[in-house]
Design a binder for this molecule. Structure first.
Ligand SMILES: *Cc1c(COP(=O)(O)O)cnc(C)c1O
Ligand code: SF4
Length: 369
């Protein structure tokens, strides 16, 4: 593959063997997580990157050498760089926003398990991610030290699900569940699978985008055992659809697991018709179904990523009018206060209003039941 040759020539990993580069544990171990490491990859002095240190105290950063290799790191506006490089605007708290606008913590019957919709729940099994996305709506949990949850903690989730007969689907999420080892994933998925009323499992992971080498034959054999299993990932930009990412998705699909995509609408990254069209076309080409396009949640530290709903609807109108229905995700907004997801369409009863202070208010524009 052309990209194999390219990787070896990337500074400062020149000389790293292709075998290491394609080993997920190498990628994971060599994530760029400190200002010193960042300075090395950018060929700058740590002093010149002091501003990142301040941001990292509130929101740590981390990204894989692989993801770094896809961006033009010299360009502040590179769409991939913006998704993972710390940015001073994240700590500009005068812009408002709350840490947990979706009030997930409120809907946790046991620690780490969000049960909001009757028939399905979300299990937050780890706080680790291969790459921390700056727009993440769970960035509040990054500072919990990147812990992997213990087996006892996960047993309590299994116990709750087994006692709650109306749960038919469990979404295994995080953090990124695929930062965990195959063995514990196998045990957790198997424990859920053995509950008679749990019909379907789902994994939410950005690994195919940021560390596709994690999708190994062994992992696929593990996942295959727990079908029906659905896989949701998060491509946000066409530049992320590389041969490696396509191959990772192909392997999951070959294990009999449908792959869908949840993008986030991100200002200056993908909030225009051409970029989203190319993203959705690209996903269809690799057999990944665009499922949701999320309005960026009003989470503290993400204001600079938010596009107004009315612009989002305008772009989506053009998408609906021009491209194959299989390429069109549903544009949705998770209503603050834990009220749930709501589709956004022309005439839909929600809009965002930006106040002069930069504070975002969510408003119903009409009567809905
Ligand atoms: C989004 C979400 C789900 C899954 O919803 P789908 O519409 O089925 O994708 C489940 N629980 C919570 C708390 C959610 O936010
Ligand atoms: S991988 Fe998911 S949980 Fe982790 S930072 Fe990105 S969006 Fe957040």
């Amino acid at each position: 593959m052309e990209s194999r040759n390219r990787t070896i020539s990337i500074s400062p990993w020149r000389g790293v063997s292709s075998k290491e580069w394609h080993d997920w544990e190498w990628q994971y171990r060599n994530r760029i997580r400190t200002v010193r490491q960042l300075a090395a990859v950018l060929k700058k002095t740590p002093a010149a990157l002091k501003k990142y240190q301040t941001v990292a105290r509130s929101y740590p950063f981390s990204f894989t050498p692989y993801y770094f290799s896809l961006m033009n790191a010299a360009d502040d506006n590179d769409p991939l760089r913006r998704q993972c490089f710390p940015d001073e605007r994240e700590i500009n708290f005068s812009l408002g926003g709350v840490a947990d606008p979706l009030e997930e913590e409120r809907d946790m019957p046991v620690s780490g398990l969000v049960h909001r919709y009757r028939d399905r729940c979300v299990a937050i099994v780890t706080h680790m991610c291969a790459t921390y996305c700056r727009h993440c709506n769970r960035k509040r949990i990054w500072r919990k030290g990147g812990i992997e949850e213990t087996r006892g903690y996960m047993e309590r989730m299994v116990d709750y699900v087994s006692k709650t007969k109306h749960i038919r689907e469990v979404i295994v999420s995080g953090g990124d569940p695929l930062t965990m080892k195959d063995g514990i994933l196998d045990w957790f998925l198997g424990s859920l699978r053995s509950i008679p009323h749990v019909e379907v499992l789902r994994i939410g992971s950005r690994v195919p985008v940021v560390m596709p080498m994690r999708i190994t034959r062994k992992l696929c054999d593990t996942l295959r055992k727990h079908r029906p299993l659905w896989f949701n990932t998060q491509f946000n930009h066409p530049n992320e659809i590389t041969p490696e990412a396509a191959h990772a998705c192909e392997m999951i699909l070959e294990a009999g697991i449908p792959v869908s995509n949840q993008s986030v609408l991100l200002r200056g990254i993908n909030d225009n018709y051409e970029t989203l069209r190319d993203l959705f076309y690209g996903l269809q080409r690799i057999s990944v179904r665009p499922y949701y396009l999320f309005q960026c949640d009003p989470v503290k530290g993400t204001d600079h990523f938010r596009t107004e709903v009315r612009s989002g609807i305008k772009i989506m109108e053009k998408i609906w009018g021009n491209i194959s229905g299989l390429c069109v995700p549903q544009y949705v907004f998770d209503i603050p206060g834990g009220k749930g997801k709501c589709p956004l369409y022309p005439g839909s009863p929600f809009r965002t209003m930006a106040r002069e202070t930069g504070e975002y208010i969510f408003d119903r524009t009409g009567e809905v039941n």
